[in-house]
Design a protein around this ligand. Sequence first.
Ligand code: A3P
Length: 289
Amino acid sequence: MAAPGPHSVLYKGLMLPALVHSTESLRYAQLGFQVRDRDIFSVTYPKSGTTWMQELLTLIHSDGDPQLAQSVPSWERVPWVEQTTAAGFLENRPCPRLISSHLPCGLFPTSLHGSNAKVIYTVRNPKDVCVSLYYYSKMASFLEFPEDFGEFVELFSAGKVLFGSWFQHVKGWLGLRDRLNFLLLTYEEMHQDLRGSVERICQFLGKPLEARALDGVVENASFQAMKQNRMCNYSLVPENIMDQRISPFLRKGVPGDWKGHFTVAQSQAFDRLYQEQMQDVGIRFPWDE
Ligand code: A3P
């Protein structure tokens, strides 16, 4: 891996944008942050439905009332444990704390282990993650700009992107699922049946909702509603950091967009890598069908 440039920070093999990360923030996340039993973590590899889950958790905890989701930015409602703003801010969050993270399990707060905190891990078809990350890299000035999509597929396949290898991330977290208070969700099942997915989350959290509250969650967490919501569509971020004229943050919001981007050869090469990497995982995902 190349040496970190002025815009990035290298921490234990992970190269991250220095805009919101530092060695101190990553060390604090891993070693300083104290997990509490009532904490609720949403963990994702980037572009797998992070913002969506931030919206869902906010709305579930607001009983479907969109007031909070429409008045406070998503990154303050469900802040990232690894970012520079976390220390101090997270200490004073109301209970249960709703916390986001993109960290691979090996760099996650060590105090998670032995706690009763809940972890919701959302996973998405890696080919769609790759496409989504490609457009994000184009519009975000703090990320390396790929020459073309083919080159980006190679970088993604080799794990030379934000938060490292998708395979290592997913396999690492899934390997812990029997040892943690853990819910596995897929982007694809959320897309196919959002209401059912919200019910699964509510059951996992021990927070049943009345039908009307459930309606409120589903309505306000739709792609269209989130695209309109300035508190989660990233339009609050200045254009010199995220240029949504190049590509909107909430871009397409569908499974299967990879089909219009991967060539047959790229797709076959990725499938071979996927088989090789995922053969022992023992879970069938919607995209495996
Ligand atoms: P696309 O680029 O494929 O459109 P993250 O929040 O982890 O960065 O993920 C962003 C991806 O999730 C984007 O994918 C975005 O459009 C999609 N997304 C966010 N909210 C969504 C929603 N309510 N429904 C469907 N997709 C959503």
